[in-house]
Design a protein around this ligand. Sequence first.
Ligand SMILES: Cc1cc2nc3c(=O)[nH]c(=O)nc-3n(C[C@H](O)[C@H](O)[C@H](O)COP(=O)(O)OP(=O)(O)OC[C@H]3O[C@@H](n4cnc5c(N)ncnc54)[C@H](O)[C@@H]3O)c2cc1C
Length: 134
Amino acid sequence: MAPAGKTLLVTEHFCFRGDATWSASDKALTEGTVADLVRLGLIQRHEVIGSVVVRIPRAYPLFELGYREHHDRISEYLGRFGNLDLIGRAGKFKYYNMDHAIESGLAVAARLVDRLSDVRQAAGKRLAATGTDA
Ligand SMILES: Cc1cc2nc3c(=O)[nH]c(=O)nc-3n(C[C@H](O)[C@H](O)[C@H](O)COP(=O)(O)OP(=O)(O)OC[C@H]3O[C@@H](n4cnc5c(N)ncnc54)[C@H](O)[C@@H]3O)c2cc1C
C-alpha cells in the first residue's frame, strides 16, 4: 500500500525468462524506468520515494497453434451442464482485457437473475395451484 498522500505507479516490461530484461538488476530496471517516465514528462525524479521489482514468469497467456481444437472440445463438454456458467479470462479462455472480463461477469449475473425470477414465478404458480410450495 502507498503511504498516505502518495500513490503507486506500476509499469510493465514485457520479456521472456532469461532474456536481457529479465536478467537485468532491479537497480538497472528501476533507473531505466524512472528515466523513461521523467523523459515522458509523467513524473519528476524526486517524486520517487521507493520501488520494488517483481519478476512474474508466465504472466501472459500464450496461445499455441492448435489450441482452438482443445478449447472447442472442452467447451462442447462443459456446455452440456445447464447450471454451469463460464466467465472471465480463464473461464472463457479468451484474451480478455478488464472491460471484457467485467462485461462477461455482468452478462452471467443478468442471466442468473433471469433464471432466479423464472424459478420464483414457477414456485409462485405452484403455490397458487396447490396451496403448498412442496
Ligand atoms: C500481466 C498482465 C497485465 C494486464 N494488463 C492489463 C491492462 O493494462 N488493461 C486491461 O484491461 N487488462 C489487462 N490485463 C488483463 C486483465 O487483468 C484480465 O483481463 C482480467 O484480470 C481478467 O479478470 P478475470 O476475473 O477474468 O480473471 P482473473 O483476474 O485472473 O481472476 C481469476 C481469479 O480466480 C482465481 N482462481 C483461479 N482458480 C481458482 C480456483 N480453482 N479456486 C478459486 N479461485 C481460483 C484466481 O486466483 C484469480 O483471483 C492484464 C493481464 C495480465 C496477466
